[in-house]
Design a protein around this ligand. Structure first.
Ligand code: BMA
Length: 321
């Protein structure tokens, strides 16, 4: 059995994209959504400009590893005139190819004056973006759609943060007939308590990945320490037919900050993936390092599933009454 620390292997050329690769001045490039478009890998990267406001820029590569072509023109820009909730930028996109629609949906964080919230947009070419506007009010982030409907309804994972009993933030799931109106909200994966690596605050990382065993979930957990937060990653599995059913969850984290580009940056000790691409059994995970750069790690789907099966601590008890 593979050790948890060997499940995700860092690319030796990390970081794969830094602010120096951008065709215009910026503060940082990180937290990218990812998908396949034709025979290319496309990243929708969060670029924070030198004011502190983020927008999304496209990069493409044949092998998904190097030779990235970064769009010269600005990509998806915040549009606060029409969408006032985007006043302080748009962040952390998660891309889902909608199976039945030949277009992609992008769930992203709009940074509003009332806090972060979840907005949706669709695109068929990553040049024009059609906004559906804000779909879940603040504070909420770390959202992504499933690529298929369940009994006719779209499903979305997200992470509301409430002030109830401290500021605990758990992973939730909601449903919609039309991508615009969301309801039937319920808590899906709770943050743990106390000393755990994923106590108090967790959130989805890349979108759920369809596998024969179920929907594979990679999520981040935030450990608060005397010297700040540590962002690490863990695995869970949801039922294929009913994604409200959690089938597995690991106790141990499987990937965490170790390298300089993960430990030192604008926010140190952070690995933050928003996208992954699968080809056969091979996964490429794209993650932000320390809120400064973009890095790549690879994994084998079969190894992740085998490890999770072996290390499943989930009791089968629903996380709500
Ligand atoms: C989260 C998000 C991410 C960021 C991370 C670490 O709450 O805001 O964009 O990478 O914090 O700062």
């Amino acid at each position: 059995m593979v050790e948890p620390k060997e499940l995700f292997r860092r690319h030796e050329g990390n970081p794969i994209i830094t602010v120096k690769d951008l065709p215009y001045p910026a503060n940082s490039v990180f937290n990218a959504g990812a998908t396949r478009v034709g025979d290319e890998t496309l990243l929708l990267m969060r670029v924070e400009d030198r004011r502190g406001i983020s927008h999304l820029t496209v990069a493409r590569s044949r092998n998904g590893v190097g030779n990235w072509h970064i769009d010269k023109q600005l990509g998806m820009m915040p549009n606060p005139e029409t969408y006032p909730e985007e006043i302080w930028g748009i962040e952390d996109p998660r891309i889902t190819c909608l199976d039945e629609q030949e277009r992609w949906a992008i769930a992203y964080t709009a940074y509003s004056e009332c806090g972060p919230l979840v907005s949706l947009a669709t695109t068929s070419d990553f040049k024009e973006f059609t906004r559906l506007g804000p779909v879940l009010p603040p504070d909420n982030k770390d959202a992504a759609l499933f690529p298929v409907r369940f009994l006719g309804r779209w499903a979305m994972i997200h992470r509301p943060a409430s002030g109830f009993r401290g500021v605990d933030a758990h992973i939730w799931i909601s449903f919609s007939p039309d991508l615009k109106h969301w309801g039937d909200h319920r808590m899906l994966i709770p943050a743990r308590k106390g000393a755990w690596w994923d106590a108090k605050k967790i959130g989805l990382s890349p979108p759920p990945l369809k596998t024969n065993a179920g929907w594979l979930i990679l999520y981040h957990g935030v450990r608060m320490t005397a010297s700040g937060a540590i962002y690490r990653l863990g695995l869970a599995l949801l039922d294929l037919e009913d994604p409200r059913r959690v089938m597995a969850r690991s106790d141990d984290w499987v990937f965490g900050p170790e390298k300089d580009y993960e430990l030192f940056g604008d926010v140190g000790k952070v690995v933050f993936p928003c996208g992954w691409v699968i080809e056969g059994d091979h996964i490429r995970l794209y993650y932000g390092g320390a809120d400064k750069c973009l890095a790549l790690a690879t994994a084998n789907l079969s190894e992740l599933l085998a490890w999770l099966k072996e290390h499943n601590s989930y009791s089968g008890r629903l996380p709500y009454p």
